[in-house]
Design a protein around this ligand. Sequence first.
Ligand SMILES: [Mg+2]
Length: 368
Amino acid sequence: MKITHVTPGHYRIPLPRVLSDSTHGSIPAFEMVTVCVQTDAGIKGTGYTYTVGSGGSAITRLLADELAPLLCGCDPRCTEQTWRQMWRHLHYVGRGGLAGFAVSAVDIALWDIKAQAGGEPLWRLLGGASSRVPAYAGGVDLHFTTEELLAEMDDYLAQGFHALKIKVGHDDLKQDIERVAAVRRRIGPDVVLMLDANMRWRLDEALRAVKALRDFDPFWLEEPFEPDYEEAHATLAARGIPIATGENLHTIAEFQRMMDRGGVSFVQPDLTNAGGVTGWMKVAHAAECRNLPVSSHGAHDLHVHLLCAVANASYLEVHRFGLDRFLAAPLTLEDGCAVAPDRPGHGLQFKWDDLEAFRIASGDRSQA
Ligand SMILES: [Mg+2]
């Protein structure tokens, strides 16, 4: 089997309501960069990556100008080979970053092709540890009023979630404390509550915050610091608060260092920026070797396959950058768990006509 066409597409997707966190401020829309890979066997694969609103055009150009010519003629089933080729081709300008996003999108499409060729859903091809995984609702809600925040919690519980996440990281710690207290009162003691600071704090600020917030029994504290401060993560984790991080770690070596320094309790690779399915699985297995659970960030329609594949799965994040309105069959939840689809490949079928209105650049087409 050979790759014949690699076609990127770049979209800006407005959110139904403006979301916010402590790093990115107000987020009215997100970018999605898709890639369609065609083969001489007639099988087509689809991958995508996304951004918080910037960088998508550069990722699209890397796909069109660099990866499409590199991949045409390659066997899409040899994913270790293509992954290494892409990594080396962009290494000098990459080692993660934008290049990692582009490599990830393609790698997802190649695994889609490989699973379709084998007639298997991706989660079973990758290991098939379970057909479902516990899911949590990932709020992006730092600037919601308390009333709006509580209404959001009610909505998540009505959808059947047993686990929820809210943002922290206000300028005034008192605001964080009041919001977390109000949420814990509303959801009761038995619902799992995660907190996400989106890299806002220094160590002294995080220590003060944790001292106050641990009374509300957070399941984990996510991204207290920027990802380069591995020692600060380890110092905080040593105080007995489980730390989750990974959405801003984009190479396997970065994950390895964070794990080995004891800076992470829940490892959260995002397959759309940490090297696709191939990169995510390497990180998940590295975590398993260290007796650490793996979770996810965003892209829940894809991550459900990966978390159902591995033995060390923790919660799947159901993210607010959802693509439900553009998918023929969105993620299914049953009793707080996400159910892995049984369709061959990853099974995502985009409603391309509906997406067309949000296209912001036409992707180039490279042919073999
Ligand atoms: Mg986060």
